[in-house]
Design a protein around this ligand. Structure first.
Ligand code: FAD
Ligand code: EPU
Length: 338
């Protein structure tokens, strides 16, 4: 595998941050990755795995080895009466994989159309959108332990999925490279149109008979209308998670801010729309130099051109402070800060 030096990461992260990797290599198989991990030259070098770079923010140059996962392939590995199990290489583009499933008439991922990034990162934060999370269709993944080079399989329970969470962001952080993921797709669709905007969009499209394709089209249209296209404006999607609060906290907020946007959760908890909280603090459309808050979605921080990672982080702290001051709620970052 060829390792190159002093590589600009700008084309490799959707925030468009111009950080430099001291060393950079791509791998397209587990063996190629093992070869480099076994090489004594790199044993003590800091390493990071990169997928599509759509959920990272580089705040400095990476003084180590960036390993870009390019493992490809999509195959049916198993089938039963109701399901088809499709395995995809970690380096496959997520949206391409979703489209592949839809083309085969396989249901379960259509609500997750157009999420940027690669299949390998999909379990990292249990990606979710429009009423569905990958945990609803995830079956199993294969990962390589970065130190002992053992290949380990994780089933759904072992991944400990939560809202934008998995075991790979906590006790196994930076320990494994995900090589491939198996999704369990349904032969018969169970349509999920619970997320308000989907129903409205399907109606606007004049859809009479639901299909996985029409749901995908509706989701693609909603996403394109409010989320900035990273090819035009640098961003990593939602910068923060939607915070969860107790019923008591929700009721006190509701009394003070009757328009607050919130969704009930099990166990007397509420999820607040962070975009609403941030907008109420006056940040929507804010811009300082090239760092800003998207004009159509306040949960998305943007790079209009040449912002530095530190400037985006600095802005994020100001947003956190103002939301804390106005609402007494602490926002947690979703984006991985490097
Ligand atoms: P990267 O950004 O490359 O990596 C993310 C993290 O995972 C890093 O820590 C990296 O080291 C690690 N990693 C990546 N691949 C591997 C691997 N194979 N093995 C081990 N570790 C790995 N997310 C949602 O959940 N829902 C959304 O609706 C959504 N919308 C978005 C919209 C936009 C416009 C953008 C830019 C982002 C959005 N995101 C959303 C965030 C992002 O698309 C997802 O988090 C995606 O899964 C990141 O994939 P990636 O390949 O780009 O990961
Ligand atoms: N809102 C505002 N102002 C804003 C933005 C949102 O008032 O500027 C309010 C509106 O009432 C809106 C509600 O918040 O109806 C929810 O907004 P939206 O439907 O855009 O969803 P979100 O909660 O902001 C979450 C995910 C997205 C995902 C969408 C759709 C998180 C952190 N974000 O955003 O995921 O695509 O729902 O399901 O959970 C991502 O993770 O990167 C991401 C984009």
């Amino acid at each position: 595998m060829r390792v190159i030096e002093n590589v600009s990461l700008r084309p490799f992260n959707t925030f468009g941050i111009d950080a430099t990797a001291r060393y950079f290599a791509s791998f397209d198989s587990a063996d190629a990755l093992k070869e480099i991990l076994e090489d004594p030259q790199w044993r003590h070098t800091p390493r990071m795995i990169l997928g599509g770079g759509s959920n990272v923010l580089f705040t400095k140059d990476f003084d180590g080895l960036v390993l870009k996962n390019g493992i490809k392939g999509m195959n049916v590995v198993k089938e039963d009466a109701d399901h088809v199990y499709v395995e995809a290489g970690a380096g496959e583009n997520w949206h391409g994989f979703v489209m592949h499933c839809i083309e085969q008439g396989l249901a379960g991922l259509e609500n997750l159309s157009l999420i940027p990034g690669n299949v390998g990162a999909s379990p990292m934060q249990n990606i979710g959108a429009y009423g569905v999370e990958i945990k609803d269709a995830f079956y199993e993944l294969e990962a390589l332990h970065m130190k002992d080079l053992a290949s380990v399989r994780f089933n759904n329970g072992a991944c400990e999925f939560g809202y934008r969470e998995s075991v790979f962001k906590h006790q196994y952080k930076d320990q494994f490279t995900i090589l491939s993921v198996i999704y369990r797709l349904n032969k018969q669709p169970h349509f999920n149109t619970s997320y308000g905007a989907i129903g409205q969009e399907l109606e606007r499209m004049g859809v009479k008979e639901l299909s996985i394709r029409s749901i995908s089209d509706a989701v693609i249209h909603i996403r394109s209308s409010k989320l900035p296209n990273p090819a035009e404006i640098g961003n990593a999607g939602s910068f923060f998670k939607n915070p969860e609060v107790t019923l008591e906290k929700y009721e006190s907020l509701k009394a003070a801010f009757s328009e607050i946007v919130a969704y009930p959760l099990p166990h007397n908890r509420y999820k607040l729309a962070a975009g609403w909280l941030i907008e109420q603090c006056g940040w929507k459309g804010y811009r300082n130099g090239d760092a800003g808050v998207h004009a159509k979605q306040a949960l998305v921080l943007v790079n209009y051109g040449h912002a530095k990672g530190e400037e985006i982080v600095e802005l994020s702290w100001k947003v956190v402070e103002s939301v804390k001051e106005k609402f007494g709620v602490t926002l947690e970052r979703e984006v991985n800060i490097i």
